[in-house]
Design a protein around this ligand. Sequence first.
Ligand SMILES: *Cc1c(COP(=O)(O)O)cnc(C)c1O
Length: 222
Amino acid sequence: MPGSADPDLAAGIDGRLGEVRRRIERAGGDPGAIEILGVTKGQPAAVCRAALAAGLTRLGENRVQEALPKMAEVEGAEWHLIGHLQTNKVRLAAGRFALVQSLDSIRLAEALAARGRQPVLLEVNVAREPAKHGFTPEEAVSAARTVAGMLEVRGLMGMGPLEGDPSEAFAELAGLRRRLEQALGTRMPILSMGMSHDLEAAVAAGSTMLRLGRALFGERVS
Ligand SMILES: *Cc1c(COP(=O)(O)O)cnc(C)c1O
């Protein structure tokens, strides 16, 4: 509960949140209009509690096995899954996350749909890196149409390239969101892009949700 959070940890996060808001503003964004997902992978439950005390409401984890014990320890957060979900872990994950941002295959959509109408983002590999998960930009719109018949599609998630200017990748994801809204005739409210090192480019390209770990919590413990 926020009340049991470590005040020093919370003050540190509050200060870093202020710096993040200034970075958003300098990039031309409205800090009040862009959601921040606190990425707590590699951080203990105490950091999650401090994050909530500092005013964050949404927390993101990469791995179901790491997330579930923290969810049991930390009350009051809206949890998102942002890492690759193996179909053999769907049984553990189904119904536990407010949003699965890493929906990256039709097979995974089918496995999730068998357990309910999970809200999801389609992950698109706009960086075109083989090591990254996600639909290709070419298949994203048709995949979204298929997934929308099974799950609640709220938008798109993507990552910039490991090296180099991420602007092109972020612009492509923003364009795919517009095409998707036209193709499906519904609003796609969430464009999840931008991490600690590339949030400025993501904000400039129209991100509605930044996923921030190190910028808020420092280096990861594990
Ligand atoms: C780890 C991670 C983040 C946050 O990365 P930072 O560099 O710590 O901000 C965001 N999105 C995904 C998918 C991640 O795996």
